[in-house]
Design a protein. Structure first.
Length: 191
């Protein structure tokens, strides 16, 4: 059974520790925020988490709109606009995936359907980064789907970056190379 511990963002499968997709990207140097002001980074991370939670509660039908921080409302509106425009039907949220042989796990933001095609949606509140493409394709590698979308939400619009099938193999290869680097660094006690 796969378990997740929020405190240290770690996964275990039947007691065996697995590395997270985001940790692989960080330790391989693909996702580096070391030059960002730590307070600003923490605020941005907390805001992104709040946006994810608001969307999750909205999809479940349990969001208390009166208690919602007003700064989140435009992002929720953009999520709803995306769902309507793309006729996206969410089915699973924060869906945990893993590959025991690779020793890696992660949580997919959203799984659902667009025109009856299985679709992975990775939600971001920041700007496009190369690591976003690798991360979304890593999740699709762990849980194959028909379409992979990265949804960038702002307070006044949304942007969808669909990763085409021919590009997915490239980003999956980059992830697997990053995982090899992570494993080497861990083996050599560089982590």
């Amino acid at each position: 059974m796969l378990t997740f511990t929020e405190k240290d963002h770690s996964y275990k499968l039947d007691g065996l520790k697995l590395v997270s997709v985001t940790q692989v990207l960080k330790e391989a140097g693909l996702s580096d925020f070391s030059k960002v002001n730590p307070e600003l980074l923490e605020r941005a991370a907390n805001f992104g988490t709040a946006v994810h939670k608001a969307i999750q509660l909205s999809v479940k039908g349990t969001l208390d709109m009166e208690s919602l921080d007003t700064s989140l409302l435009p992002y929720l509106d953009q999520w709803r606009a995306f769902c309507e425009d793309f006729r996206y039907s969410p089915k699973e949220m924060e869906y945990q995936v893993f590959n025991k042989a690779l020793g890696v796990a992660g949580a997919i933001d959203h799984l659902g359907y667009i025109k009856q095609e299985s679709t992975l949606v990775d939600i971001k509140t920041g700007h496009l980064k190369g690591a976003d493409l690798v991360q979304a394709c890593a999740y699709a590698y762990l849980y194959p789907v028909g379409r992979v979308l990265i949804l960038y939400l702002t307070d006044n619009t949304y942007k969808v970056n669909e990763i085409k099938r021919q590009d997915r193999k490239r980003y999956e290869s980059i992830f697997l190379a990053a995982l090899s680097i992570y494993n080497f660094r861990k083996q050599e006690k560089m982590l």
